[in-house]
Write a protein that binds this ligand. Structure first.
Ligand SMILES: NC(=O)c1ccc[n+]([C@@H]2O[C@H](COP(=O)([O-])OP(=O)(O)OC[C@H]3O[C@@H](n4cnc5c(N)ncnc54)[C@H](O)[C@@H]3O)[C@@H](O)[C@H]2O)c1
Length: 463
């Protein structure tokens, strides 16, 4: 047996080069968007470093551990360069990206001063908005049109104008708008024909974020959803994505508390430690927190966060260990904290002979600092996926989401480490490299290595 067991030459792709400018279309010019845009410019100017971003910092191991190569992701696959990114977006308030970044208060005034010109140049186009879906906001900078179909056309006009004014060769859209109220998929969402009829008839189950997704995909533009609302996660838009050969991904950026959950829970399960309860609460005071203070929007977030533990712990298989745990999630809007969220987790676990133990996590995180590199990677990977000819749901991007989209008959993967392997192996497969399974048995079959070789091997390490 080898630790490079699988090789899928038939799945390797001819990936078109990342030539020219990549337009990044952002519905929602708020905390995440402005931290992303400011960060990209600061990094491109050499004034800051892209910590948290796989596309910019991670290396992927190729070859055997006796002769490994650790290749940077951006050398393994052709990705757009940060200097080739051009940003545009919509918001329901007219502030430019510099003003929005100052209001969001994530980055210091001094950092923002270095990219003031670039940020000030991003003046949002009026948004497609309806208060019934985000009740805590009252937009003043919004489009009006007789039907949702017309609203989609207005978005397409903005996209076309941006493409020609900025001379962009390709584009990606990433929803960074507020969380919409919770909705169950309904008949209008099931087929493209029903959805398009719904657009004409102003069907209430078609939300603004779905109109943006429709506009993007219909124009051949890959679409990602950073919020937990349904948006692109409906059969009608997946059908359109396949028809237009467009990759899509979602939903809900995996950042603070859920990121921690998907790091800790796989460890508990791997060691067969039981779980009696997991209580998560956090305080945050930015606009996202204000929107989530509404029970309708909170429900979208709660559903997105809640499925994580069950999916990882598999109570249906491990009834004794995980069949009865209590999972409670709270988000409290607390303005003094702004974007500097604080999360508390109390985890009641059970060990050998049923003995109880507790784990406490107190995460003083910065929401948008964790979200911005996720947004950047998604933009670059969605563009890569399109140049590689991948269409529909990009399950290999589950790594970045709290509530990963997957084919209807497959369970989504939540374990961060499996998600990471899925991502890195997908990159290997795309470029015709062998995938790794890390069993390592083959190194111990046959003759033992000479002492010198063994030393070299230890120095080179593993991935
Ligand atoms: N920050 C994180 O770590 C994180 C993590 C996971 C998910 N998210 C989600 O990402 C989204 C953005 O988060 P944020 O912290 O930047 O929030 P934010 O409130 O700072 O920004 C959202 C922006 O979207 C605008 N907006 C709302 N509806 C719109 C519409 N229909 N069209 C155009 N603009 C619209 C708002 O005016 C606001 O400026 C939220 O849905 C949030 O739940 C954020």
């Amino acid at each position: 047996m080898s630790d490079q067991t699988s090789f899928y030459p038939e799945l390797a792709k001819d990936i078109a080069p990342a030539r020219g400018r990549l337009g990044v279309l952002l519905p929602g010019i708020g905390a995440v968007s402005t931290t992303l845009v400011a960060g990209v410019h600061l990094i491109a100017k050499g004034l800051a470093r892209p910590f948290g971003s796989l596309t910019q910092m991670q290396r992927i191991r190729l070859g055997k551990r006796t002769n490994p190569r650790f290749v940077p992701v951006h050398e393994l696959v052709p990705l757009a360069k940060l200097t080739d990114l051009v940003f545009g977006g919509w918001d329901i308030f007219p502030d430019n990206a510099y003003e929005a970044a100052r209001a969001a208060g994530v980055l210091t005034a001094e950092m923002l001063e270095n990219v003031k010109e670039e940020l000030s140049a991003i003046e949002p186009w009026p948004g497609v908005f309806d208060r019934s879906y985000v009740r805590r906001l009252e937009g003043t900078h919004v489009k009006s049109a007789p039907t949702k179909r017309h609203l989609a056309d207005l978005l397409i006009e903005d996209i076309e104008g941006f493409r020609s004014a900025q001379r962009v060769d390709r584009a990606v859209m990433l929803w960074c708008g507020s969380t919409e109220v919770y909705l169950q998929p309904s008949a209008t969402h099931q087929t493209l024909a029903a959805f398009e009829k719904g657009l004409e008839k102003n069907a209430p189950e078609i939300t603004p974020s779905m109109i943006y997704a429709y506009a993007a995909i219909s124009q051949g533009i890959p679409f990602g959803n950073g919020a937990p609302n349904l948006c692109v996660d409906i059969p009608a838009l997946i059908e359109l994505a396949h028809e237009k050969k467009v990759p899509v991904a979602g939903k809900d950026f995996k950042t603070g508390q859920t990121l921690m959950k998907t790091i800790v829970a796989p460890g508990l399960k791997a060691r067969m430690l039981g779980l009696e309860g997991w209580f998560s609460t956090n305080i945050l005071g930015n606009r996202d927190g204000e929107v989530l203070d509404d029970p309708g929007s909170f429900r979208s977030k709660e559903v997105s966060k809640a499925s994580v533990l069950d999916a990882i712990l598999q109570p249906e298989i491990y009834e004794e260990l995980y069949g009865r745990y209590f999972h409670k999630i709270r988000i409290e809007y607390y303005p003094p904290r702004g974007d500097a969220k604080e999360g508390w987790d109390n985890i009641d676990i059970v060990g050998w002979l049923g003995q109880p133990m507790q784990i406490k996590i107190n995460f003083l995180c910065r929401d948008s600092i964790l979200a911005a590199p996720v947004a950047l990677d998604l933009i670059l990977f969605l563009d890569l996926a399109q140049r590689a000819g991948l269409a529909g749901i990009q399950e290999w991007l589950s790594f970045y989401f709290k509530s990963p989209m997957s084919r209807a008959d497959l369970k989504p993967e939540h374990d961060l480490f499996i998600q990471h392997l899925k991502l890195t192996n997908t990159l290997r497969i795309l470029v015709g490299e062998e995938v790794l399974d890390h069993s390592g048995l083959d190194y111990y079959e046959g003759e033992a290595p000479a002492a010198e070789e063994e030393l070299d091997r230890r120095k080179s390490g593993t991935e």
